[in-house]
Design a protein around this ligand. Structure first.
Ligand code: FMN
Length: 203
């Protein structure tokens, strides 16, 4: 029997080996060293359709996510989310927001809401239950202090974490992330990624 913690990493970057991929590489390495079983889902390669707003998934009561009518990779991804004990959620900042592929994924998380047609607002199914830890990763061309303050990306990652029943243990927000075509992640960001990975495992 193994007590290996399962960590699911969801990556909303479009670029191979960009700042997000590099931050995730360091994080995954640190998680592996700590004995975690880590799986990375790159949303850029993952088959997810847009939410139809049919709200079928939200009509089904209970603490488990409702079943979506679409036949795509989201069923398997929700199974992976449910089977994991911790998460790393990552997306660069594009036009002040998480990327479109991360937003598309986020909208499909409406399956985590119970929202019958006669109710004006949803009840989040995982609300009030034990929370799993999540590490958040974002970046921007703007300096990090500005990015954290101005852009919605950090708050959106936090919302995605809360929706799946997780609580943030901290954010790695890398600023000045597109000063060069093939920019390398700074030593400071690598150290922060490793520190947050340890915090994730310890939580
Ligand atoms: C379409 C697009 C929109 C962007 N919008 C912003 C923005 O609103 N603010 C900002 O500071 N950087 C913006 N950037 C820069 C990205 O945040 C930066 O390139 C990214 O964090 C690097 O992540 P990656 O290396 O994983 O691709 C944008 C980049 C693109 C391509």
């Amino acid at each position: 029997m193994t007590n290996q913690i399962k960590v699911l990493v969801i990556n909303g970057s479009y670029r191979d080996d960009g700042i997000t991929d590099q931050a995730l590489e360091v994080t995954v390495e640190a998680l592996a060293e700590a004995g975690a079983d880590t799986e990375v889902i790159n949303l850029r390669d993952y088959p997810i359709e847009f939410c139809l707003n049919c709200r079928e998934c939200t009509q089904q009561p209970g603490s488990s996510p409702g079943r979506c009518v679409l036949d795509d990779g989201m069923h398997e991804l929700i199974d992976k989310i449910e089977a994991s004990q911790a998460y790393v959620l990552a997306s660069p900042t594009n036009f002040s927001s998480v990327t479109a592929i991360f937003k598309r994924f986020m909208e499909r998380l409406v399956a985590y809401a119970y929202w019958p047609w006669d109710k004006p607002y949803p009840k989040f199914r995982k609300q009030g239950l034990t929370q799993k830890p999540a590490m958040l990763i974002s970046s921007s061309a703007a300096p990090s202090w500005m990015g954290r303050w101005l852009f919605a990306s950090g708050r959106q990652l936090d919302t995605a974490a809360k929706t799946i029943g997780a609580k943030s243990v901290g954010t790695l927000f890398t600023g000045l992330a597109s000063a060069e075509k093939h920019q390398r992640l700074s030593r400071k960001s690598r150290e922060r990624a490793r520190a947050l990975a340890s915090r994730l495992i310890a939580a």
